[in-house]
Design a protein around this ligand. Sequence first.
Ligand SMILES: O=C(O)CCC(=O)C(=O)O
Ligand SMILES: [Fe+2]
Length: 293
Amino acid sequence: MQIGDWPSTRDLNCLYKEIRALDLESNLAELEAFGFTVIRDALTSKLTAKLREAVLRAAEKSFGRRLDLEGEQELHEVRLAPYLLYTDPVFEEALLNPRPLALITYLLGYSCLLSSLTSHVKGPGEVGLLLHSDTGNGVPAPFSPYSHVANCNYALTDYTEAAGALAMVPGSHRYFRQPTRFEVALAGSERNPDAIPIEVPAGSAIIWHGNTWHGSFPRKVPGLRINLSMYFCRQYMDPQESYRHHVPESLLERHGKDSRLATLLGMQTYHGWREEGPRVKPREIRAGRTWQS
Ligand SMILES: O=C(O)CCC(=O)C(=O)O
Ligand SMILES: [Fe+2]
């Protein structure tokens, strides 16, 4: 059907048209039905390689040791390389990638914030990353049908179960709770039988609703599994990483103070005023699914 300029879905009209123009309608249907979707060629192979190198550089600095992408044996299980955004401008490109960002915007609204940009660098191990929902930050169960948070996970190395792929429990965005301790395992006799491996080539993006149960399988071969985890939250939540008061001048010169990137970094956030008072008058804030465009 043709999407009109309908007042009851003011922001959604425009966003839906964008999703259609980007050829993402089946991804949207998958996201609604199963709580996650895959965009297989989200990154070019050149951008995938640049991101992987930038993650490895930042991780080596953060962990204080050299890493061996192909043959690593020493780094066991998962180690988090945090606060990547300001380490290399290539991460800005990953963040503003139109297709994943359109789906994140559908889930969280134009006003959403980047909560963290990290990499789960994974070496060989037995446990992997246990199943969980990202709707954390003190959100009590039952969770809501709409997302408070959402995630875009780029595979920067090929994902297979043995290599430590992302795991998903399809449909679990409708459980509205965290898994219990009897439901979290991804290995051994306790392995949750509902968890499936997301086996996709490097360069793919997996986007999920914040409620969806996910984790990642233990890596069973030498070397590293590298992801880029772009975690977003609604504008009323407290982001995990602190961007807003630390935005480098060079980034603002590249993108501008009124850019989508500035919004993602919290520079348009309504809360947190001092003597100058609120930046946006409350009557200008509209209620709705994807409000405050
Ligand atoms: O290891 C992974 O790829 C999963 C990471 C994860 O749970 C997340 O980014 O929220
Ligand atoms: Fe997670």
